[in-house]
Design a protein around this ligand. Structure first.
Ligand code: DX5
Ligand code: ZN
Length: 216
């Protein structure tokens, strides 16, 4: 089973993104997570294309782009061009998820679908066999540094059951409140990808923290 850490750049020092990329390059993190927020789907605004393009120049790891925006379908090609290797959209933001999935795939990149903690996991049933990953939010999308919602473990079990029943092969990613205390438990539960913002970037030795998340 793959065990991937995808540190979230949202918690990095925005005055020195090149250094953050160099840290990621030197670490055991396999992906870099980029949170795009529009102030509409979520009550926060982060960054967009120019920042992703700049990060792409310095980061050798695949860019795992998490869209928290309305009408993600309008910008798929631009995110692909900017350097996204994986593009994940919120189920809540689109009218026709299947169309969006196909549009992302047609760019030759990987596709993910995600839901907030108040959306039943069962809505994903139709999509698990058509996407590369399902991202279960373990906090409400919008801000870094929130507390992990404990009910997420049951939701992970539910998702695993659906994936098995549909004989699908998508990865399970979780995002929000992941730290050294719950990383191992989440991997053991069957999660493949852990997003971690504060737990990585706000520690004195992020490279060591990433290593510990994979090895505790
Ligand atoms: C929240 C974002 C997360 C965030 C995670 O909406 O999707 O990726 O950066 O931050 P932490 O790991 O600090 O909870
Ligand atoms: Zn995210």
């Amino acid at each position: 089973m793959s065990k991937i850490i995808s540190p979230s750049l949202l918690s990095a020092d925005f005055g020195n993104l090149k250094a953050a990329c160099e840290m990621i390059n030197a670490s055991e993190a396999e992906w870099l997570h980029l949170d795009v927020m529009d102030g509409s789907f979520v009550p926060n605004i982060s960054f967009g294309f120019p920042v992703i393009e700049a990060v792409k120049k310095h980061c050798i790891k695949p860019l795992d782009v998490h869209l928290m925006i309305v009408h993600p379908e309008k910008y798929i090609q631009r995110f692909a061009k900017a350097g996204a290797a994986i593009l994940t959209f919120h189920y809540e933001t689109v009218e026709n998820p299947l169309e969006v999935i196909e549009k992302i795939k047609s760019e030759g990149i990987k596709v993910g679908i995600t839901i907030n903690p108040d959306m039943p996991v069962s809505v994903l049933e139709e999509y698990v066999d058509k996407v590369d990953l399902v991202l279960l939010m373990t906090v409400f999308a919008g801000y870094g540094g929130q507390k992990f919602i404990e009910e997420s473990y049951t939701r992970i079990d539910e998702l695993k059951e659906i994936i098995k029943r549909k004989n699908a092969h998508c990865l399970i990613e979780v995002d929000g409140g992941i730290n050294l205390q719950n990383a191992l438990k989440l991997f053991d539960r069957g999660v493949n990808v852990l997003v971690a913002g504060n737990a990585v970037f706000k520690t004195s030795n992020p490279i060591e923290t990433i290593h510990s998340m994979l090895n505790t």
